[in-house]
Write a protein that binds this ligand. Structure first.
Ligand code: GTB
Length: 221
């Protein structure tokens, strides 16, 4: 039996692969596990049937037999635990890869999301211009430390791992902000992640959802 994940039927990112089903798709592609996708409207995401999978009425979720997991980082780690390829066998390296997965979602992602959300919903507020440099600075602080930790290495550990998959996914949200571009090694790191065949396959699959939604929209007039 193959796992089923949930994703937006009409993703607001318009096919850029920024919604969080993308790291889950990518992880499944990396380990060579085929999967089904349940596409949900915003209304369906808030229904009880979906809240049983994801209590906050969000995507993604992951189901495999009796197993039901939500939270992107937890799903990626679950996939990595079940299949070879995303977590090193060596105990210390494995612990380190798990640590980077948590660092991506709990240290790097929050200031990036906070800044994006402010630009999206607060930019017409009178205090926005005063707050923006503060939000930029919080992202800058994290990216500067991450850039130093990565240095000239290809990946955060000796080989590509779930930690890199989550970190690249999180950093992609900062691409084009000017903040990521202050660190050429992070730009190159993201490009290396995006060049992986498994990333390309995941990207194309979620992009196909966007093109189907656009076609529906055009047909509806
Ligand atoms: N902590 C949870 C996790 O990591 O799984 C957060 C899940 C989450 O934020 N899901 C979002 C969602 O369901 C979609 S991915 N939102 C609807 C809701 O809360 O009602 C976040 C996202 C959305 C849109 C873009 N974009 O347009 O670029 C990027 C990322």
């Amino acid at each position: 039996m193959k796992p089923t994940i949930t994703a937006f039927r009409d993703s607001p990112d318009r096919g850029q692969g920024l919604a969080r089903d993308m790291p889950v798709r990518w992880a499944l592609e990396e380990v060579g596990q085929s999967y089904g996708v349940r596409l949900l409207t915003f209304a369906e995401m808030k229904e009880a049937a979906h809240r049983a999978r994801q209590p906050f009425g969000q995507i993604p979720s992951y189901e495999d037999g009796s197993l039901a997991v939500f939270e992107t980082g937890a799903i990626v780690l679950q996939i990595a635990e079940r299949h070879a390829g995303l977590l090193p066998r060596d105990e210390a390296e494995r612990a380190r890869a798990i640590t980077w997965t948590f660092a991506a979602v709990s240290t790097i992602e929050p200031p990036i999301v906070e800044r994006d959300a402010a630009i999206l919903v607060e930019s017409d507020q009178p205090w926005f211009a005063a707050r923006q440099p503060l939000l930029d600075e919080r992202v800058r602080l994290r990216l500067t430390d991450l850039s130093r930790a990565l240095g000239d290495a290809e990946w955060l550990g000796p080989t590509f791992s779930a930690g890199d998959l989550m970190m690249v996914s999180v950093l992609r949200r900062s691409s084009g902000s000017g903040l990521l571009e202050e660190h050429p090694n992070l730009v190159a790191y993201v490009a290396r992640g995006e060049a992986r065949p498994a990333f390309r396959r995941a990207f194309e699959d979620q992009y196909a959802v966007f093109t189907a939604a656009s076609r529906r929209e055009a047909e509806a007039g």
